[in-house]
Design a protein around this ligand. Structure first.
Ligand SMILES: NC(=O)c1ccc[n+]([C@@H]2O[C@H](COP(=O)([O-])OP(=O)(O)OC[C@H]3O[C@@H](n4cnc5c(N)ncnc54)[C@H](OP(=O)(O)O)[C@@H]3O)[C@@H](O)[C@H]2O)c1
Length: 280
């Protein structure tokens, strides 16, 4: 009985020691801009245990105080440059039209910079949206801030930030960026928000995410009853069946030896299991 009590005491003590260390491991996130996205993302980050610092042109206004109050005990607000200076991750939560210009006013060197803005678009002759630029905002921000590590994600509807289980399973989020460690850091944040991050390779794949974002708006343009978001399924690993690298002429990705570790909810299915399941 006495030994049991001592053991319990030691275990509880160890747990107490570990808990704050884990909390400290979470990076501080600056959310630059305090509009629609910030109003959903910031509180979600706060609930997930992150310290959020909102960057605003008017950090002392009452409505921002209210947002800070519902963004967890570690939340705060500051000017945009001050918020960026305090954070390891900077989310550019400003309108797409001004995102590059806003980034120009910020000291982003060494920061992980998260871009969620869709590409430049217009309505084409067929009445559907089309992209009007060959590069993504994220790539242009990266070019303006070579020492930042820019990451572009396919942000799902912000309704999933308030409730990632809105439809019973979390949406997938594609994560593109040239720095594997930055992709991994953002994947961890997304996972902590209850979303399912997937590696989308280097930053040039931001253009694909821009295109996918337009595809996602097609049901809305068609006035259909429901929109859709991305859900990636685990699929057949061809390398379990043949030499896929040779067969498909794959090159050698620059980050093959330092691939980001993406957290996942379900274990990886083994090759043996895939071979058992797949019938050609
Ligand atoms: N996936 C989704 O469901 C979803 C939903 C909403 C938005 N988004 C994306 O999130 C991003 C932000 O959109 P939003 O709707 O949150 O934008 P928003 O509400 O129109 O504006 C966001 C904030 O940016 C700041 N801001 C506005 N104009 C500025 C300027 N000229 N210079 C500097 N700061 C300025 C303002 O904050 P301060 O006044 O405090 O400085 C404003 O509250 C966009 O890329 C948008 O496409 C995605």
């Amino acid at each position: 009985m006495r030994i049991g009590a001592v053991l319990l005491f030691v275990l509880v003590g160890l747990g107490a020691l570990r808990a704050p260390a884990a909390a400290q491991d979470k990076p501080v996130v600056a959310v630059v801009g305090t509009g629609n996205l910030a109003g959903s993302l910031g509180p979600a980050l706060g609930r997930a245990g992150y310290a959020v610092v909102y960057g605003s042109r008017t950090p002392a206004r009452d409505s921002l105080r209210a947002l800070v109050a519902r963004s967890g005990p570690k939340a705060s607000a500051a000017t945009n440059p001050q918020a960026v200076a305090r954070a390891q991750i900077v989310v550019l939560a400003v309108p797409a039209e001004v995102v590059e210009q806003v980034s120009d006013g910020l000291a982003l060197d060494g920061k992980i910079v998260l871009d969620v803005s869709g590409g430049r678009k217009r309505v084409a002759a067929d009445g559907y949206l089309e992209l009007v630029s060959d590069t993504a905002h994220a790539e242009r921000i990266q070019a303006r801030h070579p020492s930042a590590r820019v990451v572009r994600i396919s942000l799902p509807s912000i309704a999933f930030l308030a409730n990632p289980q809105l439809v019973g399973t979390p949406p997938s989020v594609l994560v593109a960026g040239n720095s594997p460690s930055a992709r991994e850091a953002i994947a961890r944040v997304l996972f902590d928000l209850g979303l399912d991050p997937h590696d989308a390779g280097p930053l040039r794949f931001a253009r694909v995410i821009d295109a996918l974002s337009l595809v996602g708006q097609i049901p809305g343009q068609q006035r259909r009853a429901e929109l859709y978001d991305l859900k990636m399924l685990p699929s057949t690993p061809w390398s379990c069946f043949f030499d896929a690298v040779a067969a498909f002429g794959y090159g050698r990705p620059y980050d093959l030896d330092s691939l980001p570790r993406f957290p996942r909810r379900d274990p990886v299915t083994s090759c043996d299991e895939w071979r058992r399941r797949v019938r050609f």
